[in-house]
Ligand binder design. Sequence first.
Ligand code: AP5
Ligand code: MG
Ligand code: ZN
Length: 213
Amino acid sequence: MRLILVGPPGAGKGTQAVALAAHYKIPHISTGDIFRANLKNGTELGKQAQSYMDRGELVPDSVTNEMVKDRLGNSDVANGFLLDGFPRNTNQAEVLDAILLEKKMPLDAALELAIDNSEIIRRLSGRRTCRNCSATFHKDFEKPKFDDICDKCNGQLYQREDDKEEVIARRLEIYSQQTAPIISYYKKAGILKSISAIGDVSEITQKVISLLK
Ligand code: AP5
Ligand code: MG
Ligand code: ZN
């Protein structure tokens, strides 16, 4: 299964990606998580990405495309992969197609998670993310067992810099201007599947699995 997840910030791409990657036994590749890991480790890539991420802007394609190309060179993608947060504009979608064409590994599906803005704001403003393993929780909808402690690894939970209200608004703008056009790109390619991202997390996962059968 070679799959990409498309949807606005807070649609639940990361949440669904974890469950789907486990189900299909494929690696979950999140460009946002890779950038945050680099930020945490103080790498050159992290330094390049930080100012864009903090403002809710896209990191330049030259940086992002190289990073993804590199990641897709890893042998663990041989049996499939799930991309979360990439591509995020038409140029990235075209670059991805070129990389996969060369590897003779076309995408099976582009899955759109559809959600409205008011629900996005509720989700993002309450999200808590693990500094250590990137697991996500929500202070009301997906509470960790202990406040500010990750259920999975006991790491510390924090609020992402870009989950503050002003930055959320900018991310939504960027999504509708730059990312939403890739939905019609995949529709034209005949591989778009859309599903509502509202409802119980595990019910959504089950619906996706049936849809992709
Ligand atoms: P990235 O990390 O990809 O952020 P995003 O797209 O804004 O998406 P999020 O991670 O915020 O949301 P999500 O859909 O994963 O939702 P989640 O599952 O966590 O990117 C961050 C930044 O990195 C970008 O702004 C950019 O600067 C840079 N970047 C990354 N990729 C790039 C690229 N390709 N090109 C250029 N720059 C790039 O869920 C959200 C919350 O809701 C959680 O608290 C969760 O618990 C809760 N929740 C989830 N599902 C449900 C449900 N069904 N019901 C109730 N609550 C739910
Ligand atoms: Mg995410
Ligand atoms: Zn953790």
